[in-house]
Design a protein around this ligand. Sequence first.
Ligand SMILES: O=c1[nH]c(=O)c2[nH]c(=O)[nH]c2[nH]1
Length: 289
Amino acid sequence: MAIVLGPNRYGKAETRLVRVHRDGETHGLVDFNVSAALSGDLTATHLTGDNSGVLPTDTMKNTAYAFARKHGVGEPEAFALLLARHFVATQPQVHGAKVSIESFAWDRLGPHSFRRRGDHTRTTVVTVTEEATQVVSGVTGLVLLNSTDSEFHGFVQDEFTTLPPATDRILATAVDARWRHRDDGGDSADWAKSFEGALDALVGAFVGTYSYSLQQTLYAMGSRLLEARPEVAEVRLALPNKHHYLADLSPFGLDNPNEVFIAGDRPYGLIEGSVTRDDAPPATAGWWL
Ligand SMILES: O=c1[nH]c(=O)c2[nH]c(=O)[nH]c2[nH]1
Protein backbone atom coordinates (compact mmCIF):
# COMPACT_ATOMS: atom_id res chain seq x y z
CA MET A 1 0.00 0.00 0.00
CA ALA A 2 1.33 3.41 -0.92
CA ILE A 3 -0.01 6.75 0.16
CA VAL A 4 -0.31 9.18 -2.72
CA LEU A 5 -1.30 12.81 -3.14
CA GLY A 6 -4.70 13.25 -4.73
CA PRO A 7 -6.08 16.18 -6.70
CA ASN A 8 -5.14 19.54 -5.28
CA ARG A 9 -5.15 23.23 -6.03
CA TYR A 10 -4.39 26.44 -4.18
CA GLY A 11 -4.98 30.14 -4.50
CA LYS A 12 -6.12 33.39 -2.94
CA ALA A 13 -9.77 33.50 -2.02
CA GLU A 14 -11.93 36.60 -1.71
CA THR A 15 -9.70 39.43 -2.83
CA ARG A 16 -11.96 42.42 -2.32
CA LEU A 17 -11.31 44.79 -5.15
CA VAL A 18 -13.00 48.13 -5.74
CA ARG A 19 -12.11 49.98 -8.94
CA VAL A 20 -13.07 53.60 -9.41
CA HIS A 21 -12.97 54.71 -13.05
CA ARG A 22 -12.44 58.44 -12.90
CA ASP A 23 -13.84 59.84 -16.09
CA GLY A 24 -13.67 63.54 -15.26
CA GLU A 25 -16.37 64.50 -12.81
CA THR A 26 -18.34 61.32 -13.34
CA HIS A 27 -16.95 58.21 -11.72
CA GLY A 28 -17.67 54.57 -12.49
CA LEU A 29 -17.55 51.94 -9.77
CA VAL A 30 -16.78 48.22 -9.98
CA ASP A 31 -16.91 46.09 -6.83
CA PHE A 32 -15.57 42.52 -7.07
CA ASN A 33 -14.77 39.63 -4.78
CA VAL A 34 -12.10 37.68 -6.70
CA SER A 35 -10.95 34.14 -5.94
CA ALA A 36 -8.19 32.39 -7.88
CA ALA A 37 -7.16 28.73 -7.66
CA LEU A 38 -4.23 27.21 -9.55
CA SER A 39 -3.50 23.55 -10.29
CA GLY A 40 -0.58 21.80 -11.99
CA ASP A 41 2.75 20.32 -10.95
CA LEU A 42 2.46 20.96 -7.25
CA THR A 43 3.60 17.61 -5.89
CA ALA A 44 6.95 18.83 -4.56
CA THR A 45 5.58 21.37 -2.13
CA HIS A 46 3.13 18.86 -0.71
CA LEU A 47 5.62 16.01 -0.35
CA THR A 48 8.84 17.81 0.58
CA GLY A 49 8.04 21.48 1.08
CA ASP A 50 9.99 22.44 -2.05
CA ASN A 51 8.27 25.67 -3.07
CA SER A 52 10.17 26.27 -6.29
CA GLY A 53 6.96 25.83 -8.29
CA VAL A 54 4.66 27.75 -5.96
CA LEU A 55 3.50 31.17 -7.07
CA PRO A 56 2.52 32.75 -3.74
CA THR A 57 -1.17 33.35 -3.21
CA ASP A 58 -0.11 36.84 -2.15
CA THR A 59 1.13 37.35 -5.71
CA MET A 60 -2.25 36.28 -7.09
CA LYS A 61 -3.89 38.96 -4.98
CA ASN A 62 -1.35 41.58 -6.13
CA THR A 63 -1.92 40.59 -9.75
CA ALA A 64 -5.63 41.28 -9.42
CA TYR A 65 -4.99 44.79 -8.06
CA ALA A 66 -2.25 45.53 -10.61
CA PHE A 67 -4.38 44.33 -13.53
CA ALA A 68 -7.24 46.46 -12.26
CA ARG A 69 -5.00 49.52 -12.58
CA LYS A 70 -3.33 48.50 -15.84
CA HIS A 71 -6.28 47.18 -17.78
CA GLY A 72 -9.26 48.67 -15.95
CA VAL A 73 -12.11 46.46 -14.86
CA GLY A 74 -15.21 45.85 -16.92
CA GLU A 75 -17.31 42.73 -17.00
CA PRO A 76 -16.38 40.02 -14.46
CA GLU A 77 -16.10 37.37 -17.19
CA ALA A 78 -13.51 39.46 -19.06
CA PHE A 79 -11.49 40.19 -15.91
CA ALA A 80 -11.59 36.51 -14.87
CA LEU A 81 -10.40 35.43 -18.31
CA LEU A 82 -7.56 37.96 -18.20
CA LEU A 83 -6.33 36.72 -14.84
CA ALA A 84 -6.78 33.00 -15.47
CA ARG A 85 -5.02 33.15 -18.84
CA HIS A 86 -2.17 35.16 -17.30
CA PHE A 87 -1.45 32.52 -14.65
CA VAL A 88 -1.51 29.63 -17.12
CA ALA A 89 0.54 31.51 -19.72
CA THR A 90 3.27 32.78 -17.38
CA GLN A 91 3.74 29.82 -14.99
CA PRO A 92 4.90 26.68 -16.83
CA GLN A 93 4.09 24.44 -13.84
CA VAL A 94 0.52 25.75 -13.72
CA HIS A 95 -1.80 23.83 -16.03
CA GLY A 96 -5.12 25.11 -14.82
CA ALA A 97 -6.50 28.30 -13.31
CA LYS A 98 -9.98 28.78 -11.94
CA VAL A 99 -10.99 32.37 -11.28
CA SER A 100 -14.35 33.05 -9.62
CA ILE A 101 -15.76 36.54 -9.22
CA GLU A 102 -18.70 37.82 -7.25
CA SER A 103 -19.76 41.20 -8.61
CA PHE A 104 -21.70 43.58 -6.39
CA ALA A 105 -23.99 45.97 -8.24
CA TRP A 106 -24.24 49.65 -7.32
CA ASP A 107 -26.87 52.09 -8.54
CA ARG A 108 -25.85 55.63 -9.33
CA LEU A 109 -27.06 58.44 -7.07
CA GLY A 110 -24.85 61.20 -8.49
CA PRO A 111 -21.59 61.79 -10.39
CA HIS A 112 -19.58 60.10 -7.64
CA SER A 113 -22.26 58.71 -5.34
CA PHE A 114 -23.61 55.17 -5.33
CA ARG A 115 -26.06 52.98 -3.48
CA ARG A 116 -25.48 49.25 -3.32
CA ARG A 117 -28.25 47.39 -5.09
CA GLY A 118 -30.50 45.24 -2.95
CA ASP A 119 -33.24 46.32 -0.69
CA HIS A 120 -32.66 47.94 2.63
CA THR A 121 -34.90 46.92 5.52
CA ARG A 122 -37.53 49.31 6.85
CA THR A 123 -38.03 48.91 10.60
CA THR A 124 -40.69 50.00 13.09
CA VAL A 125 -40.94 49.66 16.86
CA VAL A 126 -44.14 50.86 18.55
CA THR A 127 -44.42 50.94 22.35
CA VAL A 128 -47.84 51.50 23.91
CA THR A 129 -48.48 51.90 27.65
CA GLU A 130 -51.51 53.31 29.47
CA GLU A 131 -49.71 56.66 29.61
CA ALA A 132 -47.99 57.03 26.27
CA THR A 133 -47.49 55.82 22.73
CA GLN A 134 -44.12 55.90 21.02
CA VAL A 135 -43.51 55.22 17.34
CA VAL A 136 -39.98 54.62 16.06
CA SER A 137 -39.24 54.15 12.37
CA GLY A 138 -35.93 53.22 10.82
CA VAL A 139 -33.83 51.68 8.13
CA THR A 140 -30.95 49.19 8.13
CA GLY A 141 -28.74 47.80 5.42
CA LEU A 142 -28.74 50.89 3.22
CA VAL A 143 -25.22 50.86 1.76
CA LEU A 144 -23.97 54.18 0.38
CA LEU A 145 -20.62 55.21 -1.14
CA ASN A 146 -19.02 58.46 -2.26
CA SER A 147 -15.92 57.90 -4.40
CA THR A 148 -14.62 61.41 -3.63
CA ASP A 149 -15.54 64.55 -1.63
CA SER A 150 -14.30 62.92 1.56
CA GLU A 151 -11.19 63.86 3.57
CA PHE A 152 -9.92 62.88 7.00
CA HIS A 153 -6.97 64.69 8.57
CA GLY A 154 -6.06 66.94 11.47
CA PHE A 155 -6.69 64.09 13.91
CA VAL A 156 -4.80 63.35 17.13
CA GLN A 157 -1.38 61.75 16.65
CA ASP A 158 0.01 59.69 19.51
CA GLU A 159 2.82 57.13 19.54
CA PHE A 160 0.51 54.47 18.06
CA THR A 161 -0.93 56.56 15.23
CA THR A 162 0.05 55.35 11.77
CA LEU A 163 -3.02 56.44 9.76
CA PRO A 164 -1.94 58.76 6.96
CA PRO A 165 -4.00 61.92 6.50
CA ALA A 166 -6.44 61.58 3.60
CA THR A 167 -7.37 64.46 1.31
CA ASP A 168 -9.39 62.33 -1.12
CA ARG A 169 -10.79 59.03 0.08
CA ILE A 170 -13.78 56.77 -0.43
CA LEU A 171 -16.49 57.23 2.17
CA ALA A 172 -18.83 54.25 2.48
CA THR A 173 -21.28 53.09 5.10
CA ALA A 174 -24.22 50.80 5.76
CA VAL A 175 -26.81 53.09 7.31
CA ASP A 176 -28.51 51.93 10.50
CA ALA A 177 -30.90 54.72 11.44
CA ARG A 178 -33.88 54.99 13.73
CA TRP A 179 -36.06 58.01 14.32
CA ARG A 180 -38.61 58.70 17.02
CA HIS A 181 -41.86 60.42 16.06
CA ARG A 182 -43.24 63.27 18.20
CA ASP A 183 -46.56 61.45 18.66
CA ASP A 184 -48.77 58.75 17.19
CA GLY A 185 -49.51 60.83 14.10
CA GLY A 186 -53.28 60.92 14.63
CA ASP A 187 -55.85 59.67 12.16
CA SER A 188 -54.27 61.37 9.16
CA ALA A 189 -50.77 59.95 9.63
CA ASP A 190 -49.10 59.06 6.32
CA TRP A 191 -46.40 56.68 7.47
CA ALA A 192 -45.32 55.78 3.95
CA LYS A 193 -44.74 59.41 3.00
CA SER A 194 -42.96 60.05 6.28
CA PHE A 195 -40.64 57.08 5.74
CA GLU A 196 -39.86 57.93 2.11
CA GLY A 197 -39.17 61.54 3.04
CA ALA A 198 -36.87 60.52 5.87
CA LEU A 199 -35.00 58.10 3.61
CA ASP A 200 -34.59 60.75 0.90
CA ALA A 201 -33.22 63.18 3.48
CA LEU A 202 -30.66 60.67 4.79
CA VAL A 203 -29.50 59.73 1.29
CA GLY A 204 -29.52 63.34 0.05
CA ALA A 205 -27.37 64.49 2.96
CA PHE A 206 -24.88 61.67 2.47
CA VAL A 207 -24.56 62.43 -1.22
CA GLY A 208 -24.46 66.21 -0.82
CA THR A 209 -22.12 66.63 2.12
CA TYR A 210 -18.45 67.32 1.42
CA SER A 211 -17.14 65.35 4.35
CA TYR A 212 -14.18 65.86 6.68
CA SER A 213 -15.27 62.98 8.92
CA LEU A 214 -18.01 60.38 9.01
CA GLN A 215 -19.07 62.07 12.25
CA GLN A 216 -19.76 65.26 10.26
CA THR A 217 -21.73 63.28 7.69
CA LEU A 218 -23.73 61.63 10.50
CA TYR A 219 -24.76 65.01 11.88
CA ALA A 220 -25.62 66.28 8.40
CA MET A 221 -27.83 63.21 7.78
CA GLY A 222 -29.61 63.54 11.12
CA SER A 223 -30.23 67.26 10.78
CA ARG A 224 -31.43 66.96 7.18
CA LEU A 225 -33.98 64.39 8.32
CA LEU A 226 -35.22 66.65 11.14
CA GLU A 227 -35.45 69.62 8.76
CA ALA A 228 -37.45 67.57 6.25
CA ARG A 229 -39.78 65.81 8.68
CA PRO A 230 -41.35 68.01 11.39
CA GLU A 231 -43.13 64.97 12.83
CA VAL A 232 -39.79 63.47 13.89
CA ALA A 233 -38.36 64.41 17.31
CA GLU A 234 -34.99 62.64 17.27
CA VAL A 235 -32.88 60.49 14.99
CA ARG A 236 -30.14 58.10 15.98
CA LEU A 237 -27.57 56.78 13.57
CA ALA A 238 -24.99 54.01 13.72
CA LEU A 239 -22.68 54.28 10.73
CA PRO A 240 -19.95 51.71 10.13
CA ASN A 241 -17.00 53.24 8.31
CA LYS A 242 -16.55 50.71 5.51
CA HIS A 243 -12.85 51.32 4.93
CA HIS A 244 -11.36 51.27 1.45
CA TYR A 245 -7.56 51.13 1.47
CA LEU A 246 -5.62 52.47 -1.50
CA ALA A 247 -3.74 49.53 -3.01
CA ASP A 248 0.03 50.16 -3.08
CA LEU A 249 0.98 49.37 -6.67
CA SER A 250 4.41 51.06 -6.58
CA PRO A 251 6.28 47.70 -6.32
CA PHE A 252 4.88 46.93 -9.78
CA GLY A 253 5.86 50.28 -11.27
CA LEU A 254 2.27 51.49 -11.26
CA ASP A 255 0.81 54.63 -9.78
CA ASN A 256 -2.60 54.60 -8.14
CA PRO A 257 -4.37 57.93 -8.43
CA ASN A 258 -7.27 56.89 -6.19
CA GLU A 259 -8.50 54.21 -8.57
CA VAL A 260 -7.81 50.77 -7.09
CA PHE A 261 -8.93 50.03 -3.54
CA ILE A 262 -8.85 47.12 -1.15
CA ALA A 263 -12.32 46.91 0.39
CA GLY A 264 -11.73 46.21 4.08
CA ASP A 265 -13.99 43.89 6.03
CA ARG A 266 -12.99 44.05 9.69
CA PRO A 267 -12.25 45.91 11.84
CA TYR A 268 -14.32 48.92 10.92
CA GLY A 269 -14.91 52.29 12.52
CA LEU A 270 -18.37 52.63 14.04
CA ILE A 271 -19.69 56.16 14.35
CA GLU A 272 -22.85 56.54 16.45
CA GLY A 273 -24.83 59.56 17.47
CA SER A 274 -28.17 61.17 18.10
CA VAL A 275 -29.46 64.34 16.46
CA THR A 276 -32.41 65.92 18.20
CA ARG A 277 -34.42 69.12 18.70
CA ASP A 278 -34.04 71.17 21.86
CA ASP A 279 -37.82 71.05 22.27
CA ALA A 280 -38.18 67.34 21.56
CA PRO A 281 -40.61 65.54 23.85
CA PRO A 282 -38.82 62.96 25.97
CA ALA A 283 -38.77 59.36 24.88
CA THR A 284 -41.43 57.39 26.69
CA ALA A 285 -39.67 54.03 26.42
CA GLY A 286 -36.23 52.73 25.62
CA TRP A 287 -35.78 52.68 21.86
CA TRP A 288 -32.13 52.53 20.98
CA LEU A 289 -29.97 49.92 22.70
O1 LIG B 1 -14.42 59.69 9.35
C1 LIG B 1 -13.63 59.14 10.15
N1 LIG B 1 -13.78 59.32 11.47
C2 LIG B 1 -12.95 58.75 12.39
O2 LIG B 1 -13.09 58.94 13.61
C3 LIG B 1 -11.90 57.95 11.89
N2 LIG B 1 -10.91 57.24 12.49
C4 LIG B 1 -10.20 56.64 11.51
O3 LIG B 1 -9.20 55.90 11.71
N3 LIG B 1 -10.71 56.97 10.29
C5 LIG B 1 -11.77 57.77 10.51
N4 LIG B 1 -12.63 58.37 9.65
